[in-house]
Design a protein. Sequence first.
Length: 75
Amino acid sequence: MHYMPQMPQSIVVYPVDAYVVETLKSVIGKQVLLETTRGGISGCIADVKPDHVVLDVRGRNFFVRICEIVWIMPE
């Protein structure tokens, strides 16, 4: 019987940005413009989790990873 060493698996870790989470929580229910690494998106903050924000855009939910947010501007 041959012993096959297990290959280590990569784990991607995104640190929680507590200040961004706190800022997003302070504007729950308000319209904001989020600039992300993929462009801007405007909508109402519906929920905030440690790793993502739920943005309601005309009745549709968008889940935006907090690590992708460049800046936030309340409208």
